[in-house]
Write a protein that binds this ligand. Structure first.
Ligand SMILES: Cc1cc2nc3c(=O)[nH]c(=O)nc-3n(C[C@H](O)[C@H](O)[C@H](O)COP(=O)(O)OP(=O)(O)OC[C@H]3O[C@@H](n4cnc5c(N)ncnc54)[C@H](O)[C@@H]3O)c2cc1C
Length: 536
């Protein structure tokens, strides 16, 4: 295939303009069949905004064609097709057990199922259809269910999200394409295969998760919902049994392969694993607040005043700053045209995050403004000290808000005074919220860095530090507070346990978590031979 890069198309022009560019660059009379390989937005000369395309074209005598063109942006290209490893030979006495149905657990189970390993997947929360009802009821004011919420339940933390599908992880094996194609197969728009910043939105994620489950079940895989992995039985440094808790009943199941894909919020399970002497250590992460501005302000700042801004989806931004005392403060998990969500999962604790629907057409745009947190900020050097630090700040916000999300105008935050009335920016929050004094709940190193960061970001996005910008908190679950150690075979210090995904400290985001799930499945596949169906 011939790849043509750097095709600039004004956002106001349609595909015919693109096709004429392709024909002209290849010096052809007719427009050839083509495939969009990549599309990004170039707004450096706003309000003139362009799409930058890379397309693929298949032609006879491709090398000759390229030689004649002398265009450095036209080259031969080959896409890497994903291939699972050869099956191993070791016998697997019992079915592999996957704990957690977030992207890591789900893609691990999918690959194991496709290769005939018939996985059993346990998930403490509900199937996604019931989970949606449960979470919406919570947003409407029903009490938190600590087993099924924005963090826990089928699909994992990413289900109620903006569904951004980008990652910094390098991929020379074609895993990214494999995951994205699976999303498209179950209802995501084709454009996620080529957009430089692909996203799907919560409304589509729900169906995608269910579709993947159905596929795993059709291949013999088994899902056990409302089932928590509560304890491990270990003999001679090897896992032999897992205790499952289901509606108050406990069962011990035999297994020698356990994939621990529990996410960054399973604090009870982290404590259990620590007691079981699974080697782990505290990991740096970031915490802060979520800030909201009218999406129109961001659109204007990112794409200018012209017509282009109206033709483009809600604009994203990425901001970063180093404070005078060396702390990193940056925007995280930005949700254009989205909502702030109450992402709590523990009683007596309040945590927020962000989500959007596929249309990204909410009134506000939001992002987390987070500050790097170091182990020296923790009370002690226990591997779980970071987790405790998160919990403490969440408890303070819970008390300040009496169980509701706490929101504060930026001006009041700077003055450490409670907000009594919001200004031109109205909070767009899923879940009950109240105006209050978020500043008083956070440590000084964090409030100082947040204020310095927001005032600095105002230089790139005018209005970012507007007094009426709304801050809500606390944004505490940006990544896992621990890393569970694993070796080159993806095994922990306890034989048969495979730490996996974001919770174990090996991923950050939906796509990288799914890829890590695939890597762990490959490790199991390369060592063991496939298993007969559990029903036989
Ligand atoms: C509101 C929100 C918005 C987000 N937005 C984005 C985004 O737009 N783009 C992006 O890339 N990332 C986003 N993220 C982050 C992303 O969701 C995570 O990085 C990703 O889901 C991690 O995948 P995982 O499979 O490792 O863990 P998780 O998705 O956290 O899944 C872990 C699963 O394990 C289950 N579990 C935990 N303990 C047990 C146990 N003991 N027994 C049984 N089951 C258990 C949990 O119920 C959960 O379903 C967002 C996160 C949140 C909370």
């Amino acid at each position: 295939m011939i790849e043509i890069r750097g095709i600039r198309v004004p956002v106001s022009r349609d595909s015919r303009f693109l096709e004429q560019q392709i024909r002209r660059r290849l010096r052809l009379k007719q427009v050839p069949e083509y495939q969009i390989l990549k599309r990004s937005i170039d707004a450096r000369k706003k309000p003139d905004v362009y799409y930058i395309y890379s397309v693929g074209v298949t032609l006879p005598n491709e090398s000759n064609v390229i030689q004649k063109l002398h265009d450095n942006n036209i080259m031969l290209t080959n896409r890497v097709e994903y291939r699972p490893p050869e099956h191993g030979k070791e016998e697997m006495p019992h079915h592999p057990l996957v704990i957690g149905s977030g992207p890591a657990g789900l893609f691990c189970a999918l690959l194991l199922a496709r290769e005939g390993y018939v996985p059993v997947l346990v998930e403490r929360g509900l199937p996604v259809e019931e989970r949606v009802q449960k979470v919406n009821a919570f947003f409407e004011g029903e009490p938190l269910d600590p087993e099924c919420n924005v963090q826990f339940g089928e699909g994992g933390a990413g289900t109620f999200s903006d569904g951004k599908l980008n990652t910094q992880v390098r991929d020379k094996y074609g895993r990214i394409r494999y995951v994205l194609e699976e999303f498209v197969k179950h209802g995501a728009p084709e454009r996620i295969l080529y957009d430089s910043k692909p996203h799907v939105g919560t409304d589509l994620l729900v169906h995608i998760v269910k579709g993947i489950r159905k596929e795993i079940e059709a291949l013999g895989g088994v899902f056990l919902f409302q089932t928590k992995a509560a304890d491990f039985a270990i003999q001679n440094d090897r896992i032999v049994k897992v205790k499952l808790l289901h509606k108050g009943y406990e069962t011990w199941v035999d297994t020698e392969q356990v994939i621990v894909a529990i996410g960054h919020s399973a604090r009870d399970t982290f404590s259990m694993l620590y007691e079981k002497k699974l080697a782990m250590h505290a990991k740096d992460f970031a915490m802060g607040v979520r800030i909201e501005h009218p999406a129109a302000w961001i659109q204007r700042a990112m794409y200018g005043e012209g017509a282009a801004a109206g033709l483009l989806p809600a604009a994203p931004y990425k901001l970063t700053h180093q404070t005078s005392d060396g702390r990193g403060v940056y925007s995280f998990c930005m949700c254009p045209g989205g909502y702030v969500v109450n992402a709590s999962s523990e009683e007596g604790c309040t945590a927020v995050n962000g989500m959007s629907y596929s249309g990204r057409d909410g009134t506000n745009s939001n992002s987390a403004i987070v500050v790097s947190v170091r182990q020296s900020d923790f009370e002690n050097d226990s591997p779980l000290a970071g987790m405790e630090f998160q919990r403490q700040l969440e408890q303070r916000v819970f008390q300040e808000g009496k169980g509701k999300v706490v929101s504060q105008r930026f001006e009041d935050f700077c003055r450490n005074t409670p907000t009594t009335e919001f200004g031109v920016v109205k909070p767009q929050i899923k879940g009950n919220y109240t105006s209050g004094n978020l500043y008083s709940c956070l440590p000084e190193f964090m409030t100082g860095a947040i204020i310095e960061g927001i005032q600095t970001f105002d230089r790139s996005i005018p209005g970012f530090a507007h007094g009426d910008a709304v801050l809500s908190g606390v944004e505490s679950r940006t990544s896992s507070p621990v890393r569970i150690e694993r070796d080159e075979n993806f095994l922990s210090n306890i034989r048969g346990i495979y730490p996996c995904g974001e919770g174990a400290g090996y991923a950050g985001g939906i796509l990288s978590a799914a890829m890590d799930g695939m890597k762990v499945a490959e490790a199991v596949i390369a060592r063991y031979s496939p298993k007969d169906s559990p029903t036989e």
